[in-house]
Unconditional design. Structure first.
Length: 111
């Protein structure tokens, strides 16, 4: 089962499809692999069914008991496994100084 991106800026003429469920290469646990901001549907399902299933999966994944909300303090460092973590930031005061460094590590992700 794969999902389709909805953001046209990410897509050439044919939108890419990605696996909906993957196996984490280190833990071997199954994981949801979907972006709530860009998933548009599920291959093999009509629009209504696909969007409904995506909504159900994302509602489950974003339950309060499964969510970490970080209250930033000076000097904080945040590290996460991007292969297995839904993440986003809330709005921030544009007048406040904001410094972010990003690093990435490459590794396999299997279906």
């Amino acid at each position: 089962m794969r999902y389709v991106h909805r953001n046209p800026a990410y897509n050439p003429t044919t939108p890419p499809a990605h696996p909906l469920i993957c196996t984490h290469p280190d833990t071997r646990r199954k994981m949801l692999f979907v972006s709530p901001s860009s998933a548009n549907g599920i291959e093999g399902m009509n629009d209504e069914e696909g969007k409904s299933l995506l909504n159900q999966l994302l509602e489950h994944a974003t339950q309060d008991k499964l969510v970490w909300r970080h209250q930033w303090r000076v000097g904080d460092v945040m590290v996460w496994d991007n292969r297995a973590t839904l993440h986003r930031r809330d709005a921030f005061d544009p007048a406040e100084r904001r410094l972010m460094w990003r690093t990435q590590m490459l590794g396999p992700l299997t279906v």
